[in-house]
Design a protein around this ligand. Structure first.
Ligand SMILES: Cc1cc2nc3c(=O)[nH]c(=O)nc-3n(C[C@H](O)[C@H](O)[C@H](O)COP(=O)(O)O)c2cc1C
Length: 221
């Protein structure tokens, strides 16, 4: 698979089979992903890979909290800026519209939407969860490094026939994740990445992108 194909076929998969992933495959991907760039080569990411009984325990702890109506832990970072303006707000709403349409969920069907959001904390059925933490001392540039690292992982997973879903949702119940994973107090949970084989029977729509003219400016001579 070449890089174009890996980029073109990567999508946020939200339905996985329970087929386990061989340890060697994940190790190969993470070994290769270590080549991701970072400013001054800080490599600021702290990665945990959770599978098997510990992953089941994380999911169980969070499911109990979700079922009891617990809205989650105090935020350690903002997922989105407050008062998100156009065009970002419109893009977010268009993406949500596409996603729920593919699932046959109506815009005003709050209950089904809530249930769909809750599937985040089952990792959409994925057998592996990669957690990306950052040292609290790190700033926006190092958070960007972590994004590059995660995209590198996601593309390499495609080369292995695997799919993934990046999920900030795990940070909502970060203390339950921490009870199982025991990260250092110095670390902030940025994002999880559910990893597995895509369920070929699940409905989805490819999420559209803004035309290049909205996001790219060529300044040529
Ligand atoms: C940093 C980051 C966090 C995300 N968090 C979530 C999440 O918590 N739950 C979810 O279902 N999707 C999440 N996504 C997936 C995005 O919704 C998705 O990438 C976007 O809508 C574009 O769709 P595509 O990746 O399928 O092309 C996240 C993506 C990124 C990059």
């Amino acid at each position: 698979m070449d890089v174009y194909e890996a980029v073109a076929t990567r999508r946020a998969v939200r339905a996985f089979t329970n087929t386990p992933i061989p340890d060697e495959t994940l190790e190969r991907v993470l070994h290769a992903a270590a080549r991701a760039p970072s400013g001054a080569n800080l490599q600021p990411w702290h990665i945990y890979v959770v599978t098997g009984a510990p992953l089941a325990e994380v999911k169980k702890r969070i499911a109990e909290r979700v079922a009891s109506g617990d809205p989650g832990d105090a935020r350690e970072y903002s997922m989105y800026p407050p008062g998100l303006r156009s065009p970002y707000r419109d893009r977010r709403s268009a993406a949500a519209g596409q996603r729920y349409r593919a699932l046959g969920i109506a815009r005003d069907d709050e209950q089904s939407r809530h249930a769909e959001v809750a599937r985040n904390w089952d990792g959409f059925g994925a057998p592996a969860l990669l957690l990306c933490y950052l040292d609290r001392a790190m700033g926006p540039a190092q958070w960007a490094d972590a994004g590059m690292y995660l995209q590198t992982v996601m593309l390499l997973l495609r080369a292995e026939g695997l799919h993934s879903c990046p999920q900030m949702a795990w940070s909502v119940y970060r203390t339950s994740v921490a009870q199982v994973v025991s990260p250092s107090e110095r670390l902030v949970l940025f994002c999880g990445l559910s990893i597995g084989f895509a369920d070929p029977t699940a409905a989805y729509e490819r999420i559209a992108r803004a035309p290049l003219s909205e996001t790219v400016t060529f300044v040529g001579g």
